[in-house]
Design a protein around this ligand. Structure first.
Ligand code: BTN
Length: 285
């Protein structure tokens, strides 16, 4: 079981007003949503040993077997909308948190494993899959809900830490910390690193309580240095099927977190993460 006491450093640092650890839930993102619906405002970290209905991006499910991963959600609730004379303008660039979390997670996993004297060469597949040697070790699902000008951001992170093998459909594509390094990590240490790094990317000074604005910023150079597809061919797909010039070459990201790709005529275009999926020409990466 994840040790709640070991996570208290996050509360002491003002980064988690509440820490809730479960043995079993449907989905930690759903627990976070329910907290918001019940009127909770502030930051919260929710973890579970097992998720019975873990959710992934684009409506997919997320396999979350007992004790084999970090299945967690970080909630920032009580974000105030930006307003002008005509009313609510929006909540700032919420979708940037998806990329910020990908970068924070890749760097945290690398850092932790090097502290242990091992190497875990995590790379990012835009927007936020973390891959090691071409296999996925982590997925991130950020969700945002708003009501009457108050927003709540839910950052769901799933990291495979302890699996010794994967079921058929995931065996080609999935990997775990254990499979890559030969030992199981202290999950609490990785969680702490990730949350500290996510919150360092916000220029707002205080995210506790209610009524704060958010000001996320991505370090483009650091992100691009870890992109698995940088300057490589990628195939873009979306539910609208509107990418006639596949394959493109991935050239980087913008300050807003869009992917910049180049078509075969040298023309560049920006792709927004929402419903788009990216693959390498030969498969997953
Ligand atoms: C993806 O790669 O499609 C995203 C996977 C996100 C999984 C995590 S596990 C914790 C949180 N709870 C969920 O139901 N999903 C996220």
């Amino acid at each position: 079981m994840i040790d709640k006491d070991a996570l208290r450093v996050l509360s002491d640092a003002g980064l988690a007003d509440r820490i809730i650890t479960f043995e079993e839930v449907t989905s930690t993102n759903d627990v976070a949503k329910n907290l918001v619906r019940e009127g909770y405002r502030g930051t919260a970290l929710i973890t579970a040993e097992l998720q019975t209905a873990g959710r992934g991006r684009l409506g997919r499910s997320w396999s979350s077997p007992a004790g084999t991963g970090i299945w967690m959600s970080y909630l920032v609730s009580g974000i105030e909308a930006e307003r002008d004379a005509s009313g609510i303008k929006g909540f700032g660039n919420i979708s940037l948190y998806t990329l910020i979390t990908g970068l924070a997670t890749a760097e945290s996993l690398r850092e932790y494993s090097s502290e242990k004297g091992t190497e875990l060469p995590c790379l990012i597949k835009w927007p936020n899959d973390i891959v090691v040697r071409g296999r996925k070790i982590c997925g991130i699902l950020t969700e945002f809900i708003s009501d009457s000008g108050i927003g709540s951001l839910i950052i769901g992170i799933g990291i495979n830490t302890g699996q010794e093998s994967f079921p058929d459909e995931l065996s080609v594509k999935g990997t775990s910390y254990f499979l890559e390094t030969g030992y199981r990590p202290e999950r609490e240490k990785i969680i702490e690193k990730i949350i500290r790094k996510i919150m360092q990317a916000d220029r707002a000074s205080d995210l506790s309580g209610i009524g704060h604005l958010i000001r996320p910023e991505i370090d483009i150079d650091r992100y691009c240095s870890l992109m698995v597809n940088l300057n490589k061919e990628v195939v873009l797909t979306s539910s609208n099927g509107d990418f006639p010039d596949n394959p493109y070459i991935a050239r980087g990201i913008t300050e807003q977190g869009d992917l910049v790709v180049e078509d075969r005529y040298g023309k560049r275009l920006k792709v927004t993460s929402g419903e788009v999926s990216v693959r390498g020409v030969l498969g997953y990466t």
